[in-house]
Ligand binder design. Structure first.
Ligand SMILES: [Zn+2]
Length: 656
């Protein structure tokens, strides 16, 4: 007779092993951190006695769930901004708040709260990606949970790294520190192809290979990402990352929503794991991952909740049920993704996708003792049929709630008994979270008060006050102006031709100014070439006025527009928007040692005809006076001074 530490008896066991063996009634013997034996109760009891024996009272005893993709510290950002598109949500809310608040303490608290939620819903292992991953790992190990913890690498500065080189160095130290830990598997997490570079993908893959650790990333989440990838690199996402050597590492790819059969084969060939995240894909309208095709090809596809800010919970029971339902709806076939297979994704396949199938995911001798008890007796799950082997899986996938999980053991240690958490104090954690929520709320309230602060919050822009002396006049025919421009007094430094699309955003409060989104398509011998996009916040008040309608105007803030017009519209929420399209000939000239821009615009939308604009940057009132004088001289030389007085009406049509 062998003595085990704990003997579980009187259980309905779903082993989730290769043969999907069930034992009812079954028993499991646990010794130290591992499973010593699993089998029919009669047989196990002949061989094992337990220092402690647990009567499972007919409950389901199964492997703990594996949450294959999440960002656990984001429990602190749950519900902060919802019903937004991915880019607006990420760049408009998540990143600015993370820049301001993410810290080691923030990350530990968020992780501890996530661990409480995960344990209570029967999850024993999760796969994470965030900043300060050392603190995620610390809090996870303290909670007694198993985690594959991925240190994020991005091409921009992040809350925990000033540069990507800095991030790589820290990641190396982090990996060395945790490699070999009984609960934590450190990993490296280049965030996504669109937030990294080819070099980052290559170097992170090399690091993952060097330490033989998983590499966690987001791939092909949206069709927008795939379209951009095709435009910029002439290929879809999987071939692109393969080209950078990424697939040589033990990859865990989150999402893979927009991939084709060839890409699925590539991932399979590389032994990559995939995390399917149904709630996140539904909430962000990212599309439907070809899960059934991936499984048919033999890919290890797990199920993940994604971060609690895009879900908004970490409930794997809900996620498994959704995965099964969506697969049926998408294939128009109710036999697709049956309950046993769905539950397999949430357990053994998930562990294999994380490249830790040898440690967890099934109740098999020598695997770690990561297991849960689920009570099937509540009203919402009664009665129980046992005619078919699939009945029990269907009960778990289609009717069980996460609150039916009564007991959780991880690595041979209890972390929840009878729904009472043993390693975490929820009350204390939630009080701290409420404090942080208050601070984040006031940060966002303050930011939302001004267009300028919202613009700054996007990051990557430079504040630049720019003053211009300018005049704009309506003219008849452009040819006489062009001929006059060729006069000797004007030294033409260069000439440009472009098509200009402007969208002006107006806000309720006029003192906010108006925001202009401008796209310039350069016209080169009749062909449109590269486009340049800029955002300019234009002060509402004109600063000064000179003779002949010469104005001193002020732009408060200039920024490259790296996002789409749609993004800015959804982010800034203007009350009205005016679109102006024009064909612009621009000359940059020198007149009396002073530089001027001369723009000859054909305003096409609205159809207002030709305008002449003369302007020059200026820095002081004295300089402005001098330049205003020169502007009038130029107007005279171009034969357009008589047009100035008639112009105001047109100007108002354009500028109001
Ligand atoms: Zn994610």
């Amino acid at each position: 007779m062998t003595q085990a530490d704990i003997l579980f008896r009187n259980a309905h066991i779903l082993t989730m092993d290769e043969k999907m063996t069930q034992y009812n009634r079954g028993a499991v013997a646990v010794t130290g951190d591992s499973i010593a034996a699993v089998g029919p109760e009669d047989e196990i009891k002949k061989e094992y006695s337990g220092k402690e024996t647990i009567d499972c009272k007919g409950k389901i005893l199964m492997p703990g769930m594996v949450n294959a993709h999440t960002h656990v510290p984001m429990t602190l950002l749950r519900g902060i901004a919802d019903d937004l598109r991915l880019d607006v949500w990420l760049q408009g809310y998540m990143w600015p708040v993370e820049r301001q608040f993410a810290s080691p303490e923030f990350v530990r608290l968020g992780t501890s709260i996530a661990c409480a939620e995960l344990i209570k819903s029967g999850v024993t292992t999760f796969n994470d990606m965030y900043f300060y991953e050392d603190d995620v790992a610390t809090a996870t190990a303290q909670a007694g949970m198993r985690g594959v913890c991925g240190q994020s690498i991005l091409k921009f500065p992040t809350p925990d790294a000033a540069s990507y080189e800095d991030a790589m160095e820290k990641a190396r130290d982090y990996i060395k520190k945790w490699k070999g830990h009984p609960l934590i598997v450190p990993s490296i997490a280049p965030h996504a192809p669109y937030t990294t570079t080819a070099d980052i993908l290559r170097e992170t893959a090399d690091l993952a290979k060097e330490f033989d650790i998983p590499l966690h990333t987001h791939l092909a989440e949206t069709s927008f990402e795939v379209d951009n990838m095709r435009n910029e690199n002439g290929m879809p996402v999987i071939p692109y990352v393969k080209k950078q050597g990424l697939l040589e590492a033990k990859v865990i790819a989150a999402h893979c929503v927009h991939i084709d059969v060839g890409e699925i084969r590539s991932l399979h060939h590389a032994g990559a794991g995939v995390s399917h995240n149904p709630s996140s894909n539904l909430k962000l309208a990212s599309g439907f991952a070809p899960v059934v095709k991936m499984l048919e090809t033999g890919l290890n596809v797990g199920i993940g909740t994604d971060g609690p800010a895009s879900n908004n919970d970490l409930d794997m029971f809900e996620e498994v049920r959704l995965a099964a339902f969506i697969a049926k709806a998408v294939t128009n076939d109710p036999t697709s993704l049956p309950a046993p297979q769905a539950l397999l994704m949430a357990t053994r396949l998930g562990a294999q996708a994380l490249h830790i199938g040898h440690l967890t995911g099934s109740l098999t001798p020598n695997r770690r003792a990561d297991l849960i008890l689920v009570d099937l007796s509540p009203t919402h799950n009664s009665p129980s049929f046992r005619r078919s082997a699939d009945n029990a899986y269907a009960q778990i996938v289609y009717a069980s709630k996460s609150t039916d999980v009564t007991d959780v053991m991880i690595n041979g240690k209890w972390v929840m008994r009878d729904r009472k958490l043993l390693t975490l104090d929820e009350g204390e954690l939630l009080a701290e979270a409420a404090d942080i929520a208050k601070k984040i709320d006031s940060f966002l309230v303050e930011r939302e008060q001004s267009v300028l602060s919202k613009l700054i919050a996007l990051g990557g822009s430079t504040e630049e006050e720019s003053f211009e002396v300018q005049i704009k006049v309506k003219i008849g025919e452009p040819d006489p102006i062009i001929q006059a421009l060729m006069r000797n007094e004007m030294d033409i430094l260069y000439e440009r031709h472009y098509r200009q699309h402007d969208a002006y955003f107006f806000f309720d409060d006029e003192s906010q100014g108006r925001l202009r989104y401008r796209e310039d398509d350069f016209v080169d011998q009749g062909n449109l070439t590269k486009t340049r996009s800029r955002l300019t916040l234009i002060g509402q008040k004109r600063e000064g006025q000179f003779e002949h309608e010469v104005l001193l105007s002020r732009s408060r803030f200039l920024a490259p527009a790296t996002n789409s017009l749609r993004f800015y519209r959804e982010y800034f929420k203007p009350v009205t928007e005016v679109t102006i399209e024009k064909d612009r000939l621009r000359w940059f000239i020198k007149y009396k040692d002073t530089e001027f821009y001369i723009n000859l615009d054909n305003v096409l939308t609205p159809a207002l005809g030709y305008f002449l604009e003369i302007k020059s940057r200026t820095w002081s009132r004295k300089d402005a006076d001098n330049k205003a004088h020169l502007v009038n001289e130029l107007l005279e030389l171009l034969g357009a001074s008589s047009a100035a007085a008639e112009t105001r009406d047109y100007l108002e049509m354009i500028q109001s």
